[in-house]
Design a protein around this ligand. Structure first.
Ligand SMILES: *[C@@H]1O[C@H](CO)[C@@H](O)[C@H](O)[C@H]1NC(C)=O
Ligand SMILES: *[C@@H]1O[C@H](CO)[C@@H](O)[C@H](O)[C@H]1NC(C)=O
Ligand SMILES: *[C@@H]1O[C@H](CO)[C@@H](O)[C@H](O)[C@H]1NC(C)=O
Length: 403
């Protein structure tokens, strides 16, 4: 059924960071996939002694954190995490007056002002808390060694999350636990901003290429990477969104507009699937069902995702679906279009059904924006250029064999 840990570990052994020391970018091989793993992750060595951890790459988060055993408070950690980060008390002395601790206010807008960053119990520790759709990471900042590449170790500041709360641990049975999150948001505390401050990279530019297919992985670069000059669709990033976004988009299926008004569409590598608010999701689902016609026999007993259909006879593999399912488009202003072919919004479940990888955002409290998750960014180079305030994407195969 699901991929076993042993096959994933086999792949993980290949995930060594690839960084020619003279270049001004860092490149990581990624492990994982959309299905069944549900995430893409880097392997990073952190702490004293350096220990390998797997971090989910998340362009929707500013703060990097690890599931952590606090020397005084221990850990309420997520179940199933096999390796906790164990800092010394000395690592946790990022003081309240430190500009880094201060920056958390800007970078974590949900952190209430009334909640002091340094609590009375821990006056010398900077508190953080991040809420996600599927849980919370709560803890204090740590300043510890991170190995960026063989022999290139740097002090980095990230969260020691010792009060973790996965909200619905049972909802995604296939998800393998990772040890934490690599925060790739554009905040001051973000991983790329820290690397730039330490002059490891000259430009705060992030790019990822997420592979299509089981265990394909992909790659991530941070810094001044020479991406292919042609074929990238560029769009200005809007400033009012907390996430990377080229702005409002209307949704079109098979050339027809699904919902009258546009909504902000954000790119979030921390989301496995794509989410649409119910105003869009409801008519979209109706249209998918309508276009499927007699070919669409619901597979109600498939627990993989909320909407699955039995595989029509005519379809052998996911690559054949384009005659049955239609291409989705996100249309931004200025004729900027992102095409999402069926293979980037469907998965083939272990029960051999097709399941819709677009989920109802309103079910998870997201009524405002379209979240473009990993499934729709497969075999696509996505670049977040925080220097120019531009983002771009290009359809390319994301195999790591060329690296
Ligand atoms: C982290 O530690 C390094 C030395 O190891 C120090 O130079 C840096 O200022 C510290 N950063 C913060 C935010 O405390
Ligand atoms: C990340 O940090 C930036 C800059 O401080 C902020 O504008 C943005 O809202 C933050 N994003 C999230 C998801 O918290
Ligand atoms: C989407 O979620 C909203 C809120 O939970 C719900 O009212 C709506 O019926 C859902 N749509 C579908 C098609 O299930």
């Amino acid at each position: 059924m699901a991929a076993t840990w042993s096959s994933i570990i086999g792949l993980i052994l290949l995930l060594l960071p690839l960084a020619p020391s003279s270049s001004s970018y860092i490149m990581y091989r990624l492990g994982g996939d959309v299905f069944p793993t549900g995430r893409f992750f880097v392997r990073m060595k952190i702490g004293e002694p350096l220990t390998a951890y797997y971090l989910d790459i998340d362009t929707g988060s500013n703060v990097t954190w690890l599931e952590c055993y606090h020397p005084v408070h221990g850990c309420h950690c997520s179940p199933g995490v096999n390796q906790l980060y164990r800092p010394a008390l000395g690592n946790l002395r990022v003081e309240c007056k430190d500009p880094f601790c201060d920056a958390l206010h800007a970078d974590l807008p949900d952190l209430p002002d009334t909640n002091p960053q340094c609590t009375r119990e821990d006056p010398h520790q900077c508190h953080y808390k991040v809420e996600y759709v599927d849980g919370t990471s709560d803890g204090v900042l740590s300043n510890d060694t991170v190995s960026l590449a063989e022999g290139n170790n740097r002090p980095m500041v990230f969260g020691c999350g010792y009060n973790q709360r996965p909200r619905n641990p049972s909802q995604e049975p296939n998800q393998k636990p990772v040890h934490g999150i690599l925060g790739l948001g554009n905040g001051i505390v973000g991983f790329a901003a820290q690397l730039k401050k330490q002059q490891v990279i000259t430009k705060n530019v992030i790019g990822h290429c997420l592979g299509y297919g089981r265990n394909v992985g992909g790659y991530l670069f941070i810094g001044d990477y020479k991406f292919p000059p042609n074929g990238i669709t560029w769009a200005p990033m809007i400033k009012y969104e907390p996430f990377y976004s080229p702005g409002q988009a209307t949704v079109h299926l098979d050339g027809q507009q699904v919902y009258a008004t546009g909504m902000s569409a954000v790119f979030d590598s921390g989301a496995t699937y794509t989410y649409m608010p119910s105003q869009i999701y409801n008519p979209l689902l109706a249209k998918v069902v309508d276009l499927l016609g007699d070919a669409g026999k619901p597979a109600k007993d498939d627990p993989t995702l909320p909407r699955c259909w039995k595989k029509p006879e005519s379809i052998e593999s996911l690559d054949d679906v384009k005659n049955t399912f239609k291409t989705l488009e996100l249309r931004f202003g200025n004729n900027i279009v992102m095409k999402i072919p069926p293979i980037k919004y469907l998965i083939l479940s272990d029960y051999k059904n097709f399941c819709l990888g677009i989920l109802n955002g309103s079910d998870v409290g997201e009524n405002q924006r379209i979240i473009i998750g990993d499934i729709s960014m497969q075999d696509m180079l996505v670049v977040y250029d925080n220097e120019r305030g531009m983002m771009g994407w290009a359809n390319i195969p994301c195999t790591t064999s060329r690296l």
